[in-house]
Design a protein around this ligand. Sequence first.
Ligand SMILES: [Zn+2]
Length: 391
Amino acid sequence: MSKDELTVVDLLIEMISHNTVNEHTSGVHFPEQGMLESLERISQSWGLKTARLPVAAYPKDQSYNLLITYEVSKSAPWLVFESHADTVSIDGMTVDPLKCLIKDGLIYGRGACDTKGSGAGILTALREYAKDASRPNNIAVIFVTDEEISKAGANAFVQRQLKDLGWEPVAVIVGEPTSSKPVVAHNGVIRWKIRTQGVAAHSSNPSNGKSAISAMAKLVLAFEKEYCSKLTLTHSLTGKAVCSVNTISGGTAVNIIPNFCEIEIDRRTLPGEDSAQVLKDIQAVLDSIAKSDPSIVIETLPPFVDYQLDPKVNQKLSAQISEILIGMGLSGEQSGAGYGTDASTYSVAGIPAVVLGPGSVDQAHTKNEWLDIAELEKSVEMYLQIMKFGF
Ligand SMILES: [Zn+2]
């Protein structure tokens, strides 16, 4: 690296300086744009090829994933490194979220750990790869939009953009804080809303109405007893299948018998579980509760389904990544996680994917989010060794 080149720390500071709070949280459309334009300029100045890949199916929406590539030859395998460009909210942070305080070897700011640190490490590694004598793979780095809420960027990449590019990756490394150890399995999630219907009436005469809140109270207790508490399935890497009711709202005014009430349920699914079957099983429990009590009238809204990272799909890749890390003196220990990442989007499409990046998930989404600079610097070498591996 020449003296006047950006360091990985400089690059991370630049990335954090752009506010990229997820659009569903911030209300700002395509908040990643400023950072992606900056990464595009930097990559081009390093001689790397860039492309803007539209995320939305309709042209009026200008949001895009930024693709940065180094192509060795038409016949070389493609290896993809993914990093999401958005972050969670900056509200309530106790450090300046965008100005990057550096203290005692740590760099503070929103996204330092989740997951701009991974992104900075990957992109710096690609610059070094382009200069290296050993280049067995074509490398694509993709900065995707909107991971934290809807996964729109990763879904567009897998379902449309990859087909247009005309090549299929042999493997995807998803940069997320995993303490630089490969996460080879994680749970999926199903989230959905259920409403109970009632009949509105003046509260001076409740018998003229039917309370949707009373019906929901009965439904929640029965559902927790008949379904949530009976889940026993476990996975050796990702833990137990769990289900919980996590929000409730209903009624319109204190003097009206409520005609509706709504809850949101979150069910974590294990690798190997069939999400469609899980939904059917849950609906059967809900239907039987409603059948046993005619005062409960249920409406189920369409679910949000995010799939699992199944270790059966990435077995070979996981072993190769562990081998590379052990060769560098790192642990290489494979683990699973209860949370989700974009890796499942690739896995469910049959593309082997592993999650790997500097920083601990314990610092992700926190009010004083930070990343250890030594681990960040080490990640450049870690990603570079993967880029140089003969897959
Ligand atoms: Zn993340």
